[in-house]
Write a new protein. Structure first.
Lengths: 303, 245
């Protein structure tokens, strides 16, 4: 297993494979299919202070080699996540889980992170700064270095676990935002969240998604993700969790060469519920093919 | 839930833009009428969710309407080819709610799941009445198949070119039933809801991401809370439905 193991912010992972938030629920749908303890960890469904239904349906649109979703952070709220979902998860997952937190104000991030920080099952808190700031004119926290740093600082002040800031690719300069988060105390950066996209139904001439736009993910975005992971990983000194269109063991290795310490797998789980299991099983042979003895060694190994 | 290869045994046009496809494979996870499968097609990112029309041994019958590029590709798939199919999705219909004289109402692409349901109810000795609604005569399918199960069958067409003119609800008058089961477009479901006089089971449709409860793409609000149409549905009971409009 050491061949595959990596260290993410001080916690050892058996392998770098982490199902991404929003594609793996709270784990138990997948635990019915395979032993999810084979994963490095997984990032659970984006959690907010209050329960949310999310956006109206349709929330899904198909694209070439990808999909758009506009689920809108449907979740039962932090109290139910801690009181109901985590105890359920404990029955099928004995590793540290990555908590994913969203908020619509700095206070909401602080409130939710402070509560989740007290859960023993949680290893890292991944803070999604792609949500609109309701007190800041609706602009996403993740679109400005100042706002992203403000969230980072506020969350760091009330937590003890590693804080990983999950960045949006829908910005002009992702490096400056990553640097601002690092300076504000972030322990890691994860990227990329989905790309803003849109599809239109030719028959009705209306957007397919009720919310008009949504987050584009899937294999199609992989090159964009590799580029951004490369740029960010070479500009900061904290670990980077790479994601965006990863669908195979080869993609994992490419993402790690670009600079990722661990790799999240998102949309691939939705079209193949066994995607992460297959990737983990395929990794040793693919590593052998490319003469890789240990995954730790190839992080940021691009020449 | 299983993800296994199914071989196409037959795939034929049975009505306008409507195909009946028989697949052979591991059907063990298809446990109830009203469940669906999710089919992976080459060149398409998301799978195609299709309701199960019949299950017999290792054979599954699906009836689908060609409505886009994915179903166009399905229609062109030759016998002998295989698809990767996720099976055992959705809750399905509860046979125990039927009473002695259930009424089954299917509209268009909502007709297929009524077939396996009717077969199972008939096996239990229930006296099934079936209303099948279509737009026009050239879209009608499976009237004889339902009759062969011993059901009393009424067909409606919107343009009156076959059977009774109008909607499925126009055929409900005068039928005595103990419970109803229905699947079809949402306006039809709502009309049935308003006209019905007993409890009933409704099967809903929504654009899905995964089809197995992971993505929350197909959620809906109900009186008993938020439900995923692919997981806690697609079948919901009359008393829990909250209509979107």
């Amino acid at each position: 297993m050491e061949k595959l193991s990596v260290n993410l912010c001080g916690i050892e992972l058996d392998n770098p494979i982490i199902p991404a938030s929003g594609t793996f629920g709270f784990g138990y749908e997948f635990a019915e299919l395979y032993d999810i303890n084979i994963l490095g960890t997984f990032s659970f469904k984006g959690t907010t202070k209050e329960a949310r239904f999310g956006n109206p349906t349709p929330r899904i649109a198909e694209c070439t080699s990808g999909m758009i979703n506009a689920v809108g952070l449907q979740n039962p709220g932090v109290d139910k996540v801690i009181g109901v979902e985590l105890p359920k998860l404990a029955k099928c997952f004995n590793k540290k889980v990555m908590a994913n937190v969203s908020g619509f104000s700095v206070d909401e991030y602080v409130y939710t992170c402070e509560k989740i920080d007290k859960c023993d099952q949680v290893g890292w808190i991944e803070v999604n700064v792609s949500c609109p700031n309701v007190h800041g004119g609706g602009m996403s926290f993740g679109t400005s270095p100042e706002a992203a740093a403000e969230v980072t600082r506020a969350v760091k002040a009330v937590t003890t676990k590693p804080i990983i800031i999950k960045l949006s690719p829908n910005v002009t300069d992702i490096v400056s935002i990553a640097k601002a988060c690092e300076a504000a105390g972030a322990d890691g950066i994860s990227l990329i969240n989905t790309l803003l996209g849109m599809r239109i139904d030719l028959r009705t001439r209306k957007p397919i998604i009720a919310n008009k736009m949504g987050g584009f993910s899937g294999a199609a975005i992989f090159p964009v993700a590799v580029r951004m992971v490369y740029q960010v990983a070479h500009a900061i000194d904290i670990p980077v969790v790479g994601m965006g269109g990863v669908s195979s063991a080869e993609d994992v290795i490419e993402m790690m060469l670009a600079g990722a310490t661990a790799v999240q797998v998102g949309a691939a789980n939705l079209i193949d519920p066994f995607a992460c299991k297959k990737i983990i099983e395929d990794l040793p042979a693919v590593m052998d093919k490319y003469g890789i003895n240990s995954l730790e060694e190839i992080i940021k190994g691009v020449r | 839930m299983k993800d296994t290869l199914f071989k196409v045994k037959s795939n034929r046009l049975i009505a306008k833009n409507t195909y009946e496809c028989v697949l052979v494979g591991d059907t063990s996870d298809v446990t109830a009428a009203g469940q669906f499968v999710n089919i992976k097609l080459d060149g398409f990112y998301l799978r195609r969710p299709i309701s199960v029309c019949d299950k017999s041994g290792d054979e599954l019958t699906l009836i689908y309407k060609v409505v886009g590029k994915g179903t166009e590709l399905m229609a062109k798939t030759p016998v002998g080819e295989s698809w990767l199919v996720l099976t055992g999705l959705g809750n399905g219909y509860d046979l125990e709610k039927s009473g002695d004289a259930p009424l089954l109402i299917g509209g268009g692409a909502g007709v297929p799941p009524m077939y396996l349901l009717c077969k199972k109810l008939a096996e239990q000795g229930k006296k099934c009445t079936v209303i099948l609604g279509f737009g026009s005569k050239d879209e009608v399918f499976y009237e004889e198949e339902f009759k062969a199960l011993g059901a009393e069958v009424y067909v409606t067409t919107v343009d009156g070119s076959y059977g009774k003119r109008g909607f499925v609800t126009d055929a409900m008058d005068g039928i005595d039933y103990t419970h109803f089961y229905t699947c079809g477009p949402e306006p039809m479901l709502k009309a049935v809801y308003n006209k019905s006089t007993t409890g009933g089971s409704f099967s809903f449709e929504e654009r899905m991401g995964c089809g197995f409860g992971a993505c929350m793409g197909c959620s809906c609000k109900t009186i008993t809370g938020y439900k995923r149409i692919c997981k806690e549905g697609p079948v919901m009971q009359k008393e829990e439905i909250l209509w979107k409009s």
